[in-house]
Design a protein around this ligand. Structure first.
Ligand code: 3PG
Length: 307
């Protein structure tokens, strides 16, 4: 039984060591492909893999077809928009994620980005504080919940909108649910985006929503670039010099955004929300344990594709 870690953006070494321990204690073999520059390297590496642990690595129909022995793919993280679920199902491959395991790391980065923007990129000029401001959490999943917890520590008023989460469940955590996503955008000084990239959410953060944001608003995106309508964002930033946008996922129009809106637009060099030793350990070891449980006990608890 061969388990392949295929991570273009590698885990911390301590996480790889932890995964190796889990895999080898189960009597399986571990292979490692990191920082690959060409898709062919991935296609070659998956040929004899029974299980694969990935991050944002693209596992499309071609990769699945090349992996003749593949039984299970675990996305060590939350979003699985990088995996072709239909191709996996057609090939009899189980796809899982590791929900919640990197959520705190992403949530902490939200506040790193937020303070960086509110304190004017630490350029020495007078900025603003978080205390007393309203933060709107757009999708109240594992990351959103962690954002809420941290926001309360800063003395922020916390609002959330999630079409799949009951109002009572949000309210029970001391967070105010809004009746619509529009209401969230029009009510908050800060919006933190946590929606997954699906066919329904792609480009859904568009002019209609952005135009509702109050004066001086800040948006932080640690979710996916695809959920933003980039042309609308560009036009909104042009029309609203009071608005600031920081993202952990470099948009396609990054160079133009940077040139036009330096100081109030920021993108990390590489998606790094989940890039902490703790998150790598949590998600990586959970992925290894899920593979062992799947192979030994047919446990597919975190399965995200159809059988
Ligand atoms: C996730 O979906 O878990 C996060 O976006 C982190 O992605 P990464 O593992 O590629 O850093």
């Amino acid at each position: 039984m061969k388990v392949l870690i295929a991570t273009d953006k590698p885990f911390a070494k301590v996480a790889v060591d932890g995964i190796r321990k889990e895999v080898e204690e189960a009597g399986f073999e571990l292979a490692l492909l990191e920082k690959y520059s060409a898709k062919q390297q991935l296609l070659d590496a998956v040929v004899d893999a029974d299980a694969i642990i990935i991050r944002s690595d693209i596992v499309d129909a071609e990769v699945i077809a090349a992996a003749k022995q593949l039984k299970v793919v675990v996305r060590a993280g939350a979003g699985y928009d990088n995996v072709d679920l239909e191709a996996a199902t057609a090939a009899g491959v189980c796809v899982m994620n590791t929900p919640g395991q990197n959520a705190n790391a992403v949530a902490e980065l939200v506040f790193g980005l937020l303070i960086y923007m509110l304190r004017n990129n630490f350029n020495g000029t007078s900025g603003t504080e978080l205390k007393g401001k309203k933060i709107g959490i757009h999708a109240y999943g594992n990351v959103g919940r962690n954002v809420a917890r941290i926001a309360k520590g800063f003395g922020m008023e916390v609002l959330a909108y999630d079409m799949y989460c009951k109002d009572e469940a949000i309210r029970a955590e001391g967070v105010e649910p809004t009746c619509s996503v529009k209401m969230l955008y029009q009510s908050c000084d800060v919006v933190s985006v946590h929606i997954p990239a699906t066919k329904d959410t792609k480009q859904s953060i568009n002019a209609e929503l952005l135009n509702l944001l109050p004066k001086g608003a800040v948006m932080i995106n640690t979710a996916r670039k695809e959920v933003i309508h980039e042309a609308d964002m560009m036009a909104f930033m042009e029309a609203r010099p009071d608005f600031k946008y920081a993202t952990d996922i470099t948009p396609d129009n990054h160079a133009e955004m940077l040139e036009k809106f330096a100081g109030r637009y920021f993108s990390t060099a590489k998606k790094m929300g989940a890039q902490t030793a703790e998150a790598n350990i949590n998600a990586g070891i959970a992925a290894a344990k899920q593979i062992v449980a799947f192979v030994n006990d047919a446990d597919d608890c975190c399965r995200v594709n159809k059988k």
